[in-house]
Design a protein around this ligand. Sequence first.
Ligand code: IMP
Length: 187
Amino acid sequence: MRESKIWMATSSDDKYTEARDILTEFGVELERIDVEKIEVQADDPVEIVVYSLRQMEDDGRAVVMEDAGIFIEHLGGFPGPYSSYVLGRLGNPGILKLMEDVEDRSAHYQSAVAIRSGNEISSFRGYVRGTIASSVKGTGGFGYDPIFIPDEGDGRTFGEMTEEEKNVISHRARAFRKLGEWLASSP
Ligand code: IMP
């Protein structure tokens, strides 16, 4: 069903703003429901987000949720699904310490977005590849942004970019663009 207004359940202002600005490109209005999502322990962000969505009471509104994480090759994909926990415990300085003198600094962000509309749940993924910086750089964005340098950029971290610049290539933007395209092509 074609939805021109949907609700994002999230406790993050940053995620909401990025997602809202992407969906605007598709003529879709994104409103917000401020909730902490109930997460299940799983490796796959899609599994986490679909589970979280199922836990939410269905009041008839089309609701979208997102789960994201950063996966660092040298650390076997860590912190991945534990990204939120690790950011709270180690922070970016702790990650940089784990990566001290490490040559392979490749990493990727992954975003999983799921929407529930009626009885149907659909999900979309977005990725961005990059490297872990040698120090914390920039005050923009949130979370791991000041230590993540996207491959498709100009050497700056996401934390040194404007939201508009991040939204050209970010994992979240890519997942939400897929959702936007899906909504726009729905009859
Ligand atoms: P969650 O999707 O809310 O579970 O996010 C997992 C963790 O990854 C949180 O600590 C976020 O701060 C971090 N994170 C998710 N997306 C991004 C992003 O786009 N930039 C930086 N950190 C992010």
